[in-house]
Design a protein around this ligand. Sequence first.
Ligand code: 5GP
Ligand code: ZN
Length: 137
Amino acid sequence: MAGTADGCIFCDIGAHRAPAYILYEDETTAAFLDLFPFTRGHLLVIPKRHGARLTDLPFEDQTALLRTLDEICRRTERLTSDYNVALNAGAAAGQVVFHVHLHVIPRYGEANPFHPRTRVRLEDGEAQTLLRELSHS
Ligand code: 5GP
Ligand code: ZN
């Protein structure tokens, strides 16, 4: 697909070349469960076009990303009314995957979900339950 980068895991997920629990997608964006969630229902929203950071994207893709973020926030509110939206830009800001993504992190009263002692890999049963709850508009 035009605009993707070789070896980029989020390009691969957006193009269905790599597995992911995708709960929303359209022509330009996708949203899927984070594989190592900070909290239950931790989601990532991506543009399908590759860019390391928001300012690398054409403005139309930024707009589309925000539209999808709105949809995902509405669905997240089925889990809890409280959540964080985060964007890590650059290694010193904690960015590990260099394909821009927005984190939507539901909050259930944790002290600080950004610095948990451990992050446990998402289990398939839990992912399927969340997809049933969040896949439809
Ligand atoms: P960053 O620190 O770059 O803002 O966040 C990257 C996020 O991507 C992390 O929360 C990490 O758990 C998640 N992640 C990394 N690799 C994969 C993957 O292959 N699949 C999914 N679903 N999430 C991933
Ligand atoms: Zn990419």
